[in-house]
Design a protein around this ligand. Structure first.
Ligand SMILES: [Fe+2]
Ligand SMILES: [Fe+2]
Length: 475
């Protein structure tokens, strides 16, 4: 396993103010005029470009649009492929296995050198436009400590395993603060904390100016009750969907090292989207349009909020070509994720989200005995509601519970067919592969109805659990 070369450090890197490269200054010309002196030195501050500049930019992007869209399509096809999403989903279980595998503590990044990035790595849009978009993203990404505490607290009763994967709850965070322990222990936090840092470096490389970062997003604290937690789940899914789509667009506009760096970040977000979307399906059942409506509704709310609050936020969405590219990336991603979600069997979702965690419990400040008792009961009730698919639409729930009961009663038959006729699914391959198609053909010949559904479920479960091994075998 190759360790990532770019390590998370402080949110904002060593300033290079006052060390402006003449070459970069020449490239950016007018854009630098927007940057006001800070403490007597120049720093990057995004400013809405003039109308004439915006028209020029939109036109330049329009000319490159066919190539950009082809790039977006290619990235989405590769990075939202079922095998890639399977790997992301199983990483949730891998984190809780607690094996110490660094890939499961934070997704491995492809090697890239930030110091090699230059303005000529931006394709199909001006580097100043690229930097503007990255700056908005940096402000949204920056308060990761607050996000990780928001999700750690918000999910602690609904799905405690997700809370641990994403952050610390209030009592755990309070204890860490008192003891001076590291604030970031979860996988999600370790992956997210490197984004703002990376974006600050990208801006620095593209403009020759370090961003100030004095206007970070302010996450709203949430309660752990069920309705707030479900709203938080929709909100986080939407944030991951927006982030991954925007970063896919930026990756399509990037070449060389910049492409690798942006893709590393985009893939982190795709991983988070995969896990949260799979959890949505597990908790709420198949609901492609309900989920889509919730994502779009939240995305519009977030878009309006960021237009008001981000630095130069009123520029967001005002470049029609960028807006079109981002919408296309959203829709292509949703199309892929939706197809993948439909392929996830209940047995695999249960294995991912219900397996007991082998991680040591995090120390926490004591809660009042009544509060402890209330929390224990809430966690137990939430587990019961998950197991009984209580939040699913009635027709889906009935079918899924019938199938699960039949599989439990016929476990011997199913095991026998898997071990004998399907040779333990050893040759199941990756979804969409020749081996996968061959196995599906054999399953179709072996049975119909519930037996076929059970065998297809076992095939997908096997593919998800053995995905990393299979990917390694093929490379
Ligand atoms: Fe992020
Ligand atoms: Fe994310």
């Amino acid at each position: 396993m190759r360790p990532p070369e770019i390590n998370p450090g402080e949110i904002f890197p060593r300033s290079i103010r006052g060390r402006l490269s003449k070459q970069l200054r020449g490239r950016f010309g007018g854009a630098l005029e927007h940057n006001a002196p800070v403490s007597g030195q120049l720093a990057y501050r995004p400013v809405r470009p003039s109308k004439a500049e915006r028209r020029r930019t939109a036109l330049q992007q329009l000319v490159s649009l066919p190539r950009t869209l082809a790039g977006i399509r290619r990235i989405v096809r590769e990075d939202y492929a079922p095998a890639a999403l399977d790997e992301h989903l199983w990483a949730f279980a891998g984190f809780h296995e607690g094996s110490g595998d660094p890939h499961y503590r934070a997704r491995t990044w492809q090697k890239a050198s930030l110091s090699a990035i230059g303005a000529d790595h931006v394709a199909g849009m001006p580097a100043s436009e690229f930097a503007l978009m990255v700056h908005v993203a940096m402000e949204i990404e920056a308060p990761i400590q607050a996000y990780s505490r928001q999700t750690g607290e918000g999910f602690r009763l609904l799905v405690p395993g997700l809370a641990r994967f994403m952050g610390r709850n209030q009592a755990q965070a309070g204890h860490a603060d008192e003891m001076g322990d590291p604030w970031c222990e979860s996988c999600w936090c370790a992956e997210e904390r490197r984004h703002a840092t990376t974006f600050a470096r990208v801006i620095e490389r593209l403009t020759g100016l370090a961003p100030i970062g004095d206007n970070p997003n302010e996450p709203i604290p949430v309660d752990a009750n069920e309705s707030d937690a479900l709203r938080l789940l929709a909100g986080r899914q939407s944030s991951e969907w927006n982030a991954s789509s925007v970063y896919v667009v930026l990756t399509a506009h990037a070449k060389g090292e910049l492409h690798t760096v942006m893709r590393n970040v985009a893939r982190d977000e795709i991983k988070h989207l995969a896990i949260l979307s799979a959890l949505d399906r597990y908790l709420l059942g198949p609901r492609p349009w309900g989920r889509f409506a919730a994502l779009v509704g939240t995305a519009i709310e977030q878009y309006r909020g960021h237009r008001q609050r981000r630095s130069a936020g009123d520029y967001i969405g005002s470049n029609a070509t960028s807006a079109f590219e981002v919408i296309v990336a959203h829709l292509l991603a949703e199309h892929r994720v939706r197809r993948w979600l439909a392929s996830l069997p209940l047995c695999a979702l249960t294995a991912v989200f219900e397996s007991s965690s082998h991680l040591p419990a995090l120390a926490a400040l004591p809660r009042a005995p009544e509060q402890e008792a209330h929390d224990r009961e809430a966690v137990r009730a939430a587990a019961e509601r998950r197991a009984s698919l209580a939040r699913w639409a009635p027709a889906h729930r009935r079918r899924a519970l019938d199938q699960r009961a039949w599989e439990a009663a016929s476990a011997g038959v199913v095991e026998g067919v898997v071990a004998g006729d399907l040779e333990g699914l050893a040759g199941a391959g990756l979804p969409g592969s020749i081996e996968d198609r061959q196995t599906r053909r054999r399953i179709r010949r072996l049975g119909t109805g519930r037996l076929r559904a059970a065998l297809l479920g076992r095939l997908r479960h096997h593919q998800i659990a053995h995905n990393r091994h299979e990917l390694a075998r093929q490379t």
